[in-house]
Ligand binder design. Structure first.
Ligand code: PLP
Length: 486
């Protein structure tokens, strides 16, 4: 291929060299890399992966460039060959979804057009699309509120940070110095980190027997709080996919005059489904709700949402910078985007979200969430029926199943946990499975280590996962101390 000139290298779709040609090179490299990998992740562990990756695409800053085509092939091939591939049924560790093709394609458009979402003169149409999408995403959470709103974030971490920031500003508006955050012991670490970043008092931790926040424990904790308080409940815990009892928590918070934020980074998309939305009943009492579309939602990272019950809640984000949203421009009717984020330059993540919402519709998204929930139930049943595996007693979370090899139960606690950890690590090193881990209480109340599978694939079924369960059982049998076999 001829080397593109500097001008041709710009992602102008009319250019013969640029995007169309390069896109097909990228797709070839993705296919070649996946074929070379041949499994859910590369075999050999960190050192071998590093050596192979470096061999394929370094030096990253050569004195003379290798050209667009070769560089793209090399880097894409290396990234694909060494990928942990969430579209493989054996890659089920995290809230790490296989992205929909339609969303990935829309993300290419976002990169090619490069609208920046901090001023209207950089994103005239993208701003309209964002306004439509955020309105729809807000109505999903607050269908009966007169003026809900939402902003697009980089994910749950940023959504929780902004939620706490807005909570602090509401408290200050009442003359208080700060706000006391209360979190469940089951809360995501980003909530505590947000409190730390914002200079808030250390959050009070509320007991979560069985993995869900206890309303009685929350009640006791709120009695201790003198000033403004913000309760952060979780709808879809990261470890187990459990949903806090939102109606009871909202009632306790209301009784004490505290506000409620719900971290539904994982569970929020249940709202797309008529049959699953009732599991989030009570969420409409929250002043703000975090939810991600790069978990259930099947978007490439990043696709986060922070919905608020009333648009006024977002007012503290307002900011004027003469070069982006001068008062006279705003008065003349140019939309003001700067106050819709804590970021300045901002990727139009909304384009892939808009494309996906329009492609699948609410029903299509709801059905896909239902599929993942059903797959989790099927896997739970298969674990229960498996002679060499034991599921963590209790409810199956949204689409998360915890279990351990029965061989681990036959060992003293510490050795059992070590076996569970070794099974996971060996399957990773062999490139055969990507499993998660979680330390949570067993039926006897003792903390134990579990294997975790998080089912986010839009089409993988319980049957597709049966070989994974057998693989885990075999690996445990192989690794269990020889004395066990006797
Ligand atoms: C994933 C997750 C987060 C963090 O979200 P990111 O999108 O990774 O920043 C926060 N809270 C919960 C409950 C999560 O599952």
């Amino acid at each position: 291929m001829n080397e593109p000139t500097r001008a041709d290298a710009v992602a102008d779709p009319a250019s013969p060299y640029a995007l169309r040609k390069l896109a097909s090179i990228a797709l070839d490299a993705l296919a070649d890399g996946a074929a070379a990998r041949g499994g859910p992740l590369p075999a050999g562990g960190p050192e071998q992966v590093a050596a192979r990756t470096r061999a394929l695409c370094t030096p990253v800053l050569p004195e003379e460039g290798v050209g667009a085509a070769d560089a793209l092939y090399d880097v894409a091939r290396a990234a694909a060959e060494g990928a942990a591939d969430p579209s493989d049924p054996h890659c089920v560790a995290h809230l790490h979804c296989p992205p929909l093709a339609v969303a990935a394609a829309a993300d290419l458009v976002a990169s090619a057009l490069n609208p920046s979402m901090d001023s209207w003169d950089q994103a005239p149409a993208a701003a309209v699309i964002e306004a439509e999408v955020t309105a729809a995403l807000a109505r999903l959470v607050y269908p009966h509120h007169p003026a809900p709103d939402a902003v697009i974030t980089s994910g749950g971490t940023e959504s929780n940070l902004v939620a706490l920031l807005l909570g602090r500003e509401r408290a200050r508006a009442t003359g208080a110095r700060t706000v006391q955050v209360l979190v469940g012991a089951n809360a995501h670490h980003s909530v505590r980190r947000a409190a730390w970043m914002l200079g808030l008092p250390t959050p009070l931790v509320v007991d979560c027997p069985g993995g869900r926040m206890s309303p009685a424990a929350l009640d006791r904790a709120l009695v201790e709080c003198a000033g403004p308080a913000l309760v952060v409940a979780t709808a879809g815990t990261t470890d187990e996919g459990l949903i806090d009892p939102l109606p009871e928590i909202a009632e306790v918070a209301r009784f004490h005059g505290a506000e409620l934020h719900v971290d539904a980074a994982y569970g929020g998309p249940l709202l797309f489904s008529d049959t699953l939305a009732p599991r989030l009943a009570g969420i409409e009492h929250a002043v703000s709700v975090t939810y991600d579309l790069h978990k259930l939602g099947w978007q490439p990272v990043a696709a986060g949402v922070l919905a608020v019950a009333d648009a006024q809640v977002l007012e503290p984000l307002a900011l004027t910078a003469d070069y982006l949203n001068a008062d006279d421009d705003t008065e003349a009717g140019l939309p003001d985007l700067l106050g819709r984020s804590i970021r300045t330059s901002r990727r139009p993540d909304v384009l892939k979200i808009a494309t996906t919402l329009r492609a699948l519709g609410r029903r299509g998204l709801g059905a896909t969430v239902e599929h993942c929930v059903r797959t989790a139930a099927d896997v739970a049943r298969a674990v229960d029926a498996h002679p060499a595996l034991r599921r963590r007693p209790g409810d199956v979370g949204i689409s998360t199943v915890l279990f351990r090899p029965a061989a681990a139960d036959a060992l003293p606690d510490a050795d059992g946990d070590e076996l569970v950890a070794a099974v996971r690590r060996d399957l990773l090193a062999e490139g055969r499975a990507v499993l998660g881990r979680a330390t949570v209480a067993d039926g006897d109340g003792r903390q134990r280590l579990w294997l975790k599978v998080t089912l986010l694939h839009p089409s993988t079924t319980g049957d597709d996962l049966a070989p994974l369960l057998d693989l885990i059982a075999e690996q445990a049998e192989r690794l269990a101390p020889a004395s066990m076999a006797a």
